[in-house]
Design a protein around this ligand. Sequence first.
Ligand code: FES
Length: 108
Amino acid sequence: VETWHLVGREADFELELVEEVAVGGGTVAVHPTPAGFFATSAICTHEEARLYDGLLEGVEIQCPRHLARFDVRDGRPLCAPAEIPLRTYPCKVIDGEVWVWAPDQPSS
Ligand code: FES
């Protein structure tokens, strides 16, 4: 089942600080960027490092393990060693609340 999940208040996120949040029994990574909020898989497609320890710069997340970078808007990998895009999830802010459209168990 896919639905909108409330993942937090906009004011509680820090710009360019990626956070892993619980969604429907799984997790997603929420990226507060200068271009708005985006949500992706919480786990790198290369060797499954968790992205919340990564460096978010603009709309690019850098994996903490082998430093692959992804565009968080569409998940596409921007450099080696990653080749597979991150899954992305629709994300919206309404009245200061951040919502992510995702299935239950999104990272599993
Ligand atoms: S696990 Fe992310 S780049 Fe290797």
